[in-house]
Design a protein around this ligand. Structure first.
Ligand code: NAD
Length: 480
């Protein structure tokens, strides 16, 4: 059994907390790693290490910081397969998919860090009479990043680029369900020569996360996770008058218009609903399809679902890994049972396979209505609930009814409907594609899905504190 440790100020240390947590392979149900849950004392020392290291890190030039981050990113890329294997063991993701997301995370880290080279850390404005105002954007200091289990490596890399390139130091607390790949990520940071104390790691569960969000010296908390915990993080940072960026859950709709290719679109929707076993914050979780193509679309969606072969993600040919744990599978089962009880039809899937591991098949539901849990609560599992609508407008109207507002997707060839897509209340709207967008992407989750704009310049605005310095054009000696 592997033992995991915290990284505090450049030293790997056992947690001083008494509780020991284990990491279980969801494909086999076997525990393979253990660690002590980080105590408030561990958090305190990690934050102190970040505070101590910060002035020196901020004292490097932007170019030097970006170079360090790029070296780390290259080291991570060289170990992408190993990291994908670790993610597979700790949370079930098939290694092919895992590797592509690790590569995506590396690209995001590099692109975000490179944006520091053009970000205006100092801007000068000259006013009437020649007075000058310098807007100086200072790093915040020690910051915290708290991540969920569904993309352990990508989530850490995605959050860190702007925070570190702007001159902040960080304490990371990964999910207790998938900390193994994050530990390796930090070993690789050491290997790449990241200075001690710039990146600190404290392992643990919600109690450790709460100690971090409550810490007086943490200037910003970048939190990715559920709405329920996001509210607690927002409340804790609000009490301390500190910043937070909250990237939370979703219940993303898809509107499929008449006139699109029903088979190709169904395949795209199957991918959006089932990849990573539906455990993506922007998974397609509500599908509204125009009645003109509904029959062909559902037939193709069922056929596509049946190609998502269940298995251990380490085995070649596995498309659908297990859910992360029994609790997550219970949520999926409960949502399907609720839908069936209220009149939905299971068109494929819906039965837990008899084998070890937290598996659940790719499942298509029809005769679904908007009162069912599959349409109101985040499922985070391989479900595709389909509602047939008589018009595109009705699909759009029903897609807009949700307490979530993370992302939305529209498939249409109608130019007016493409324009209408932008009106969906979501941070990201994809049209005839899913998951697209480069480093210039700028968005803020709508409704309960979070707060704080990220991407492009906004991530640097969040990672820095602007201060105005007004310099008079009149010399101080002028009045003598
Ligand atoms: P979670 O909210 O249960 O946990 C997320 C992290 O918060 C974990 O590290 C956990 O230990 C920690 N935590 C728990 N209680 C805490 C507290 N009181 N204070 C501080 N930290 C605490 O979420 P999860 O189950 O790990 O992840 C799944 C959720 O994450 C889903 O809702 C999913 O949609 C969301 N998610 C969102 C995005 C996004 O970008 N919007 C991306 C990935 C996942």
């Amino acid at each position: 059994m592997q033992t995991l440790r915290n990284l505090i100020g450049g030293r790997w240390e056992d947690s001083t907390g008494e509780d020991v947590l284990t990491v279980v392979n969801p494909a086999t149900e076997e525990a393979f790693a253990r660690f002590g849950a980080g105590s408030a004392d561990d958090v305190d020392r990690a934050v102190a290490a970040a505070v101590t290291a910060q002035p020196r890190w901020a004292g490097l030039t932007v170019t030097e910081r970006v170079e360090r981050l790029h070296t780390w990113a290259d080291t991570v890329l060289a170990h992408a397969t190993e990291l994908a294997e670790l993610e597979c063991r700790e949370m079930g993701k098939p290694i092919g998919i895992g590797r592509s997301f690790v590569e995506g995370g590396v690209a995001a880290l590099k692109a975000a860090a490179a944006q520091a080279l053009t970000y205006p850390f100092t801007e000068t404005v000259t006013g009437p009479g020649g007075d000058r105002t310098d807007i100086v954007r200072h790093p915040l200091g020690a910051t915290a990043v708290i991540t969920p289990w569904n993309f352990p490596v990508t989530m850490v890399l995605g959050a860190l680029g702007p925070l570190l390139a702007a001159g902040n130091t960080v304490v990371v607390k990964p999910s207790e369900r998938s900390p193994v790949s994050t530990v390796r990520l930090f070993e690789l940071a050491e290997l790449a020569g990241m200075p001690a104390g710039v990146l600190n790691l404290v392992l643990g569960d919600g109690r450790t996360g709460a100690a971090l969000t409550e810490h007086e010296d943490v200037r910003l908390v970048h939190f990715t996770g559920s709405v329920a915990v996001g509210r607690q993080v927002g409340a804790a940072t609000g009490r301390r008058l500190r910043r937070c960026v909250l990237e939370l859950g979703g219940k993303d709709p898809v509107v499929v218009d008449a006139g699109v290719d029903p088979v190709a679109t169904a395949r795209a929707v199957a991918f959006g609903a089932f990849v990573n076993t539906g455990q993506i914050c922007t998974s397609m979780e509500r599908i509204y399809v125009h009645e003109q193509i509904a029959e062909e679309f559902v037939k193709a969606l069922v056929a596509a679902a049946q190609t998502f072969t269940i298995g251990d993600g380490m085995e070649p040919g596995t498309v659908l890994g297990p859910l992360v744990d029994e609790r997550q599978r219970d949520t999926v089962r409960r949502h399907v049972e609720d839908a069936v009880h209220k009149g939905a039809t299971v068109r494929t899937g819906g039965v837990v396979p008899r084998r070890p591991g937290y598996f659940y098949p790719a499942t298509v539901l029809t005769e679904v209505d908007d009162t069912m849990l599959v349409m109101t609560e985040e499922t985070f599992g391989p479900l595709a609930p389909v509602v047939v609508v008589p018009t595109f407008e009705e699909g759009m109207a029903r897609a807009a009814v949700s307490r979530f507002g993370l992302a939305a997707t529209v498939y249409t060839d109608d130019p007016e409907h493409i324009v209408a897509a932008a009106r969906l209340p979501a941070g990201v709207v994809w049209v005839n594609q899913w998951q697209g967008g480069g480093p210039e992407r700028l968005y803020e989750p709508a409704r309960d899905s979070g707060m704080g704009a990220t991407g492009a310049r906004a991530s640097y605005d969040a990672a820095t504190r602007p201060a105005a310095v007004h310099v008079s054009a009149t010399p101080a000696s002028a009045g003598r």
